[in-house]
Design a protein around this ligand. Structure first.
Ligand code: ZN
Length: 138
């Protein structure tokens, strides 16, 4: 893959340097078999350094995951070599099945089929709490 030119795919840009790998993991990109490039510590005029993820496939990305990890990114959708859509991201109010509750006494630990839902309780400090037991997400 030529990492500079994607014909059809997704480019996640302006990722805070160092958060690219976490985003890669939480988005489940390791489970895809298309070409994916994570470019770390790219020099950016605006940010100093940034990470970029390029996915060479037309797949839906979970914007909630991105908003949770790093709401300042931009998501560019590329079709036929052209930028067709650009999403700016907001911090999601609810996170469903993005992270898991670590409280061993939480109902989600024994009820396997329950969704893991976290609610944003403090937007300024980006604190999420489990909807069931109110444990804070780490
Ligand atoms: Zn819980």
């Amino acid at each position: 893959m030529n990492i500079d030119s994607i014909t059809n795919g997704v480019v996640i840009d302006h990722i805070t340097a160092g958060k690219g790998m976490r985003l890669y993991e939480l988005l489940g990109l390791d489970e895809l078999d298309c070409s994916i490039a994570i470019i770390k510590n790219v020099t950016s005029n605006k940010m100093g350094k940034k990470d970029i993820i390029k996915i060479d496939a037309d797949i839906p990305v979970n914007l909630d995951v991105i908003g949770y990890v790093d709401p300042d990114v931009t998501v560019n959708i590329i079709k036929n070599g052209k930028l067709v859509d650009k999403h700016t991201i907001e911090i999601p109010e609810l996170l469903t099945n993005v992270i898991k509750c670590k409280n061993p006494r939480c109902i989600t630990s024994c009820e396997q089929e329950l969704d893991h839902v976290f609610k944003l309780t403090d937007k300024q400090n980006k604190i999420y709490r489990c909807l069931y037991c109110e444990a804070q997400a780490k």
